[in-house]
Design a binder for this molecule. Structure first.
Ligand code: GSH
Length: 305
């Protein structure tokens, strides 16, 4: 049986999306807790530089970004699908929206009153350096605007759900539900915005839907050390993948993958495939051996090295 390992930390909304995705598939998985800011030496040993949260590992395959992670889980276990009809791939579009400006808006609304000592030393600087345009010091100024963005999303969700459907696409949940859920979940777990969160959750259809998604749970998590995760990767050979690639690219060329709007290092490796289905590169880790590193195509810049 392939080993599924999630590298994450408790308070990450994107990690919560994947934990619920693992629950939806009813999977048993290994849980490696990573630091919530740099440095992350054990994680970067596997990814080659990508340091966002979460990262999924299946044996010697490393999946960066929730879009690649959900695709990997969908291939690993197709049912129940994250992309049920009638929305299908529209779920990806909804999740893409929740993971972009809406993510920042919910984080800002949830953390606007967080005391500096709770944030911890170095955290604000880490986020400023690694998230282009993000600055905790500007939060008091921008938070009122961010709250309006959260309110619009909540109004739209309430309007979609008020015909009585269980999930945004009907009877079964999908990727879009999980994206909407992760942002609202962050408002709930951060205790610093309670009056605002209470106002958002005063929408009855949204509240009932939120509880339905929460009830999916996280599957079965088995605590695992970072060293064990590295050992799992080392014991496995990465899959043979060869193409397709985009015009002007060739399999085997050295490339760097840079995440848009990120201050983290690009990941260098040899190109195995690159298409709308995603990007795969091969790299050698000193401790884990050869690895395939997977990215979604959306949001990643491929640079010929
Ligand atoms: N597009 C990425 C975004 C991931 C992301 O920004 N995660 C946040 C945590 S929720 C993060 O990486 N924060 C910095 C860190 O954990 O070091 C995805 O879908 O996975």
């Amino acid at each position: 049986m392939p080993e599924i390992v999630l590298h994450h930390y408790e308070t990450s909304p994107f990690a919560e999306m994947v934990r619920v995705a693992l629950g939806l598939k009813g999977l048993r998985w290994r849980s490696v807790i990573i630091p919530n800011m740099m440095p992350k030496p054990d994680l970067v040993e596997l990814t080659g530089g990508y340091a966002r949260t979460p990262v999924l590992q299946i044996d010697a395959e490393i999946y960066c970004d929730t879009a690649a992670i959900l695709d990997a889980l969908e291939r690993h276990q197709p049912q129940p699908s994250f992309y049920p009809a009638p929305l299908g791939d529209l779920h990806r579009m909804v999740a893409g929206w929740t993971g972009a400006g809406q993510f920042g808006a919910h984080v800002g609304a949830a953390m606007r009153n967080i005391p500096a000592d709770v944030l911890g030393p170095g955290f604000a600087e880490d986020r400023k350096r690694r998230f282009v345009g993000f600055d905790f010091n500007k939060m008091p100024l921008v938070a009122p605007h961010l709250e309006t963005q959260v309110t619009v999303a909540a109004d739209w969700l309430e309007s979609v759900l008020k015909d009585g459907r269980a999930f945004i696409g009907g009877d079964t949940p999908g990727h879009g539900d999980l994206g909407l859920y992760m942002n609202l979940w962050f408002l709930v777990v951060m205790p610093f915005a309670k009056p605002f969160a209470d106002g958002i959750f005063a929408r009855p259809a949204l509240m009932a839907w939120f509880e339905r998604v929460r009830a999916i749970g996280h599957g079965e998590a088995v605590p695992t050390s970072a060293q064990d995760a590295i050992d799992i990767a080392k014991a496995c050979a990465p899959a043979d993948i060869s193409g397709p690639v985009e015009a002007g690219q060739s399999v085997g060329q050295v490339v760097r993958i840079q995440t848009e709007n990120s201050g983290d290092d690009p990941v260098e490796g040899t190109l195995l495939s690159c298409s709308s289905q995603g990007i795969v590169i091969r790299r050698d880790s000193a401790k884990a051996g050869p690895l395939n590193i997977h990215f979604p195509r959306v949001g990643q810049i491929v640079i010929a090295a």
